[in-house]
Write a protein that binds this ligand. Structure first.
Ligand code: PSV
Ligand code: MN
Length: 388
C-alpha cells in the first residue's frame, strides 16, 4: 500500500461544496417535517454551512439555488459569506417549479415559455458575476409521461438551441455544467437522461461546457465509476452532485448506502486527474436531510467523502499496474481492496488535530451548543425548505 503520510498529503487539496438547500427542511411527497433551528433566510443557511467548514476544514463554498436563495444584493451576500469564512459557489438554475414549465422549459415548443426559461439562465449568469461563482448548473425536469406525447427529436433540437444562447452569455471564466437524470419527474422519457446526452449537448456547445454527474441519477446496477472514467478521459467531467441511494434519487448522505462505490469513484477521479484544485472537477453535495439533523448530516457527509478519498489515495497504483499487466486477477483485486479496508479514521483525526481542527467534528458540534442556540434564536418567520 502507499505510504500513509504521502498519500494523505494530497488530502489538503480536497474541497467539497455544500448545497444551501441541505440546511432547509426537506421530505418526500408524503411529508416534510419541520425542525427547530431551521434557517429562515439564505444568510442563516450560510451561517450553518460555515459551521460545517469551521469544524471540518472541508467545505469552503456553498452552492445556491435560484430562486430559492434569491436576494436583492448578491455582492452583499458574497461579502456576508466571506465574513463567515465561506465563499459562494455554483449557481443552480430552476425551471422545474413554475406552472409555465409543465410541458418543458428549455425544450418547450412554446416560444414564450422557452424564452422565459432562457432568460432565467441569463439572470443566473448575472448573479454569478456578482457572487464570483464559476459554474452555472443546469438540471432540467423536462420530459414526457406517455409515448407520443411530444416529438422527442424536436425537443432535443430546441434544447441545443436554448443551451447555445445561454452558453454564449457566459463570461470567460464561467462554465456551464449540464446534469443528467434518468427519470423523475418525467416517467416515460427525460430530455437529458444520461451522460451520453449531456456529453453530446455539451460537446456541441464548446470547451466551457461540461457534464455534471449526480450519483443518484442512474438506473440501479449502473457502474458509475466507469462513467467517471469515461468523462475524465474525454475531458468533459465538470462536477459531481454527491449523495447516496438505495432505490432511486434518494438524496441520502453520500457514502451511507455504499461506501465501496464512493471509494471506487474517488479512485477513478484520482486516476483520471480529476482530483485537486486545478483539476476542473468540482465536488459538490446534493442531499436532503429528511430525518437526521441537517448540520451534523452535512458534517458526516463531508467526512465520508474525505475518508473514501483518503482510502483511494492509499491504493498502490504501481503494484496494481504490475498485477494488472501480469494478469494476476486476485492480486490486483487484493491491492484494490487492501486500500478500501484500511481504517483511516485514527489517522484522519490526527490530521485534523494537526491543523487546529477538532479530532471528532461531530462530537465538537454537539458540545458547541450551536444547535441549542439556533433552536432558541430562530423562532418565528418562515422556515426554509427544499423549494423555498
Ligand atoms: C434533481 O433531482 C437535482 O439533483 C438537481 O441537482 C436539482 O437542482 C436538485 O436535485 C435539487 O435538489
Ligand atoms: Mn443533483
Amino acid at each position: 500500500m502507499n505510504d500513509v503520510a504521502t498519500a494523505l498529503g494530497r488530502l489538503e487539496e480536497l474541497a467539497i461544496e455544500v448545497p444551501s438547500w441541505a440546511y432547509g427542511n426537506s421530505g418526500t411527497r408524503f411529508k416534510v417535517f419541520g425542525t427547530p433551528g431551521t434557517p429562515r433566510t439564505v444568510q442563516e443557511k450560510l451561517t450553518d454551512a460555515a459551521k460545517v467548514h469551521e469544524l471540518t476544514g472541508l467545505a469552503p463554498t456553498v452552492a445556491l439555488h435560484i430562486p430559492w436563495d434569491k436576494v436583492d444584493d448578491y455582492a452583499a451576500l458574497k461579502e456576508y459569506a466571506a465574513g463567515l469564512g465561506v465563499g459562494l459557489g455554483t449557481i443552480n438554475s430552476n425551471t422545474f417549479q413554475d406552472d409555465e414549465y409543465k410541458f418543458g422549459s428549455l425544450t418547450s415548443s412554446n416560444g414564450a415559455v422557452r424564452r422565459r426559461a432562457i432568460d432565467h439562465h441569463l439572470d443566473c449568469i448575472d448573479i454569478m458575476h456578482a457572487t464570483g461563482s464559476k459554474d452555472l448548473k443546469i438540471w432540467l425536469a423536462d420530459g414526457t409521461n406517455y409515448p407520443g406525447q411530444d416529438d422527442i427529436r424536436g425537443r432535443q433540437d430546441r434544447l441545443a438551441e436554448s443551451l447555445q444562447e445561454i452558453y454564449a452569455a457566459l463570461g470567460d471564466e464561467q462554465r456551464l455544467v449540464l446534469e443528467y437524470k434518468f427519470f423523475e419527474p418525467a416517467f416515460y422519457h427525460t430530455d437529458v437522461p444520461d451522460w451520453g446526452t449531456s456529453y453530446a449537448q455539451t460537446l456541441a456547445l464548446g470547451e466551457k461546457a461540461f457534464v455534471c454527474l449526480d450519483t443518484g441519477h442512474h438506473a440501479p446496477g449502473t457502474n458509475i465509476e466507469f462513467i467517471v472514467m469515461q468523462l475524465l478521459r474525454l475531458g468533459k467531467l465538470g462536477s459531481f452532485d454527491f449523495n447516496s441511494r438505495f432505490y432511486a434519487d434518494d438524496d441520502l448522505i453520500v457514502g451511507a448506502a455504499d461506501p465501496f462505490q464512493l471509494f471506487r469513484i474517488m479512485h477513478e477521479v484520482i486516476r483520471g486527474g480529476g482530483f485537486g484544485k486545478d483539476s476542473g472537477v468540482a465536488l459538490m453535495l446534493d442531499q436532503c436531510h429528511n430525518l437526521e439533523e441537517k448540520i451534523p448530516g452535512q458534517i458526516r457527509s463531508v467526512l465520508n467523502v474525505q475518508e473514501m478519498t483518503a482510502r483511494a489515495l492509499l491504493v498502490d497504483t504501481a503494484a496494481l499496474a504490475e498485477a494488472q499487466r501480469s494478469g494476476d486477477v486476485l492480486a490486483a483485486n487484493g491491492i484494490f481492496n487492501d486500500a478500501f479496508y484500511t481504517d483511516v479514521r485514527p489517522v484522519l483525526a490526527e490530521w485534523r488535530e494537526s491543523r487546529g481542527l477538532p479530532a471528532d467534528p461531530l462530537a465538537a458540534f454537539k458540545a458547541s451548543g450551536y444547535q441549542k442556540k439556533i433552536n432558541e434564536d430562530r423562532v418565528g418567520g418562515q422556515q426554509a425548505g427544499w423549494g423555498a
